[in-house]
Design a protein around this ligand. Structure first.
Ligand SMILES: Nc1ccn([C@@H]2O[C@H](COP(=O)(O)OP(=O)(O)OP(=O)(O)O)[C@@H](O)[C@H]2O)c(=O)n1
Ligand SMILES: C[C@](O)(CO)[C@H](O)COP(=O)(O)O
Length: 233
């Protein structure tokens, strides 16, 4: 399976002065945990890391230190996640039929989750890892923040990554979105807008996206537990 890792963000909500993916988490950069778990999944055969030029040296160094068993290719990212993923798709090797896309910022995903998503793609053209929403969700008016209504949560799932699908279909969807100036926050949304069926694959509650400083504390605790269960990440 070909895997793209978008890692070209700035981490503005983290408020650090470097890309949040280079921040240390239990002694190594956050992105190193993401890559180690991805490469540990037996079905992962190729990884493309999408990053900004300013981070290239640091990312190349961390990849070298990890000594991953799979080939890793550097791909220059864009202004938004969507643009970065599109660039990644265009940089895939010509023989790539299906692709998984996994946020560099989701450093707690287990190798089993990558396997589950890869296996699902053998049966279904497009997938998204997701978990049922646990909170009660309020829809509010934009400025006043007064509650407009409560959304029934029975059918709501929180989207995670990996997401993925057929390379050709995803390239067409991204090209269409670029031409029409359609902006979305995940890859599955583009398939949905194109009328392509997208299937949810059970995600993991612990598969957080590290976004704000508080997430780092939670991630550290989860990682410690994961390391107790499997000390060879
Ligand atoms: N131009 C961009 C923006 C984001 N990403 C990646 O997309 C993932 C999810 O994005 P997010 O968590 O929003 O990361 P940032 O954009 O870095 O954070 P922020 O929105 O707080 O600036 C991250 O792995 C991030 O590196 C990317 O590859 N290219
Ligand atoms: C793709 C994603 O991880 C799904 O939850 C998420 O949408 C990406 O983060 P963003 O902050 O919305 O760009």
């Amino acid at each position: 399976m070909h895997l793209l890792i978008p890692a070209a963000g700035r981490g503005s909500r983290m408020g650090a002065d470097v890309n949040k993916l280079l921040l240390p988490l239990l002694g190594r950069p956050l992105l190193a945990w993401t890559l180690a778990a991805a490469a540990k999944a037996p079905s992962t055969g190729w990884i493309g890391i999408i990053g900004q030029p300013i981070d290239e040296e640091a990312i190349r160094l961390l990849v070298e230190k990890l000594g991953l068993r799979v080939p890793v290719q550097w791909i220059e990212g864009g202004e938004t996640r969507q643009q970065s993923v599109y660039r990644g798709l265009l940089a895939l090797p010509a023989d790539a039929q299906q692709v998984l896309i996994h946020d560099g910022a989701r450093c707690l995903a287990s190798p089993a989750l990558f396997e589950r998503c890869g296996a699902a793609l053998a049966e279904i053209p497009a997938i998204v890892a997701a978990v049922p929403v646990k909170d009660t969700i309020k829809q509010v008016y934009p400025h006043s923040h007064r509650v407009e209504k409560t959304i029934a949560r029975e059918r709501l799932w929180a989207a995670q990554t990996p997401q993925g699908g057929n390379v050709g279909t995803l390239k067409v969807a991204h090209a269409w979105a670029a031409a029409q100036a359609v902006a979305v926050t995940d890859d599955a949304a583009l398939c949905e807008l194109r009328g392509e069926p997208v299937q949810v694959v059970p995600g993991e509650e612990t598969n957080l996206k590290i976004t704000t400083p508080a997430d780092l504390f939670v991630a550290e605790a989860i990682l410690k537990t994961q390391l107790r269960q499997d000390p060879s990440p």
